[in-house]
Design a protein around this ligand. Sequence first.
Ligand code: GDP
Ligand code: IMO
Ligand code: MG
Length: 425
Amino acid sequence: MKADVLLGLQWGDEGKGKIVDVIAPKYDVVARFQGGPNAGHTLEFNGLKHVLHIIPSGIFHEHIANIVGNGVVIDPIVFKEEIDALEKLGVNCIKHLFISKRAHLILPTHRLLDAASESSKGKEKIGSTLRGIGPAYMDKTGRNGLRIGDVFQSDFKKKYDFLVSKHKQLLELYDYKFELKELEDKWFAGIETILKFQAIDSEIYVNDALNNNKTVLAEGAQGSLLDIDFGSYPFVTSSNTICAGACTGLGLPPTKIGEVMGIFKAYCTRVGSGPFPTELNDATGEGIRKAGNEFGSTTGRPRRCGWMDIPALRYAVMVNGVSKLIMMKADVLSHLDTIKICTHYMYEGKKINSLPYDVANASLTPVYIDFPGWKTDLRKVTADNLPAALENYIQFIEKEVNVPVSIISVGPDRTQTLERAGIMV
Ligand code: GDP
Ligand code: IMO
Ligand code: MG
């Protein structure tokens, strides 16, 4: 078998959590491959709304083995909070949640360093979620990090103290005042929770599963335009959010990748700083934010909203090799008479069809086509009677990026999901 991958094609928050939960019953294994508690993946079903940060979105299905892969960075404090919240809902994760021994830990001092780095940047700040993601990945690539496997070793505290002493020196350089004790106590309580779980060689687990004809779904975090290499650097996250990240973040050979399902919203959002060519700083943008409840699932920050951006989507489809598209939140645009799609940009006086290196260039101007709105309550429609205007909007996108849209999401609930005829996931 090959592993399917599901990932975001924009700046995150496309609705990955919802769709993983919806399609999870078809899979034996769901594995997160990168990111950490910067992610907030929302699931809604049976009147329940739940946000996951580190734990894979297949966790509500007991038959599924949920794996936190080696590419993920784990904050024990958040991990414990998530486990406790799930337990309250009657979900006992111990039997079907496994953590890679190679996943790196986010230390309390990583969080402090994230805050110190951001405040030192002033107006140039990334708009990080301040979850310690950047500093933790820096220690991973700098070969200083602590891993889940270390937690089970007798010299763990010694290794922890050594790294923290380095971090304290850095914090001093930043002249950053901090209080560590309370965070540290919580962190070590989180470590106790982690010790109850099975730490595994997840690359072996996942490859064995595929060799034994089990179905595997790799769940991405963030979105392709936040990728460390291909996003709008430096306004990005610190991991490879694209499909290749599923290979390195789970130990999956590229030849074992099956479908690549790319999720996008019917419009665009971005939370945090950085260029956003189609951003709407007006009443229309405000209307979309309100209709879409566009506030961060992790930080509660208002998300910036704008029109669908075809050059950006095409770029994301290209770097991921997307084979199926999933369009989310079509219902959010239902109130609009006219909906715009950016088809290309004007850049330094020339027409360009692709996302340029210098997305922040002041001369980059999106050029739009107008589409009539569908003005229909999409809760009442089925896949085979979509309003003509919505069908037209979808077909235009499919033609522009040359990949079929297989699912349309028309509301946050599991049930508000339409599979397009003939294009099943
Ligand atoms: P993720 O990070 O990609 O998992 O996405 P988030 O959970 O951060 O943000 C998506 C938000 O949109 C959540 O609040 C979802 O409940 C909600 N959502 C998902 N799909 C739809 C949809 O089709 N329509 C509407 N109105 N909301 C949706
Ligand atoms: P999910 O998985 C949206 C953004 C932050 C910031 C930048 C860097 O829910 O889609 P970081 O904390 O990684 O240092 O922040 O990336 N960001 C996200 N935006 N959804 C996410 O995850 C995000 N994770 C990080 O807002 O601009
Ligand atoms: Mg999110």
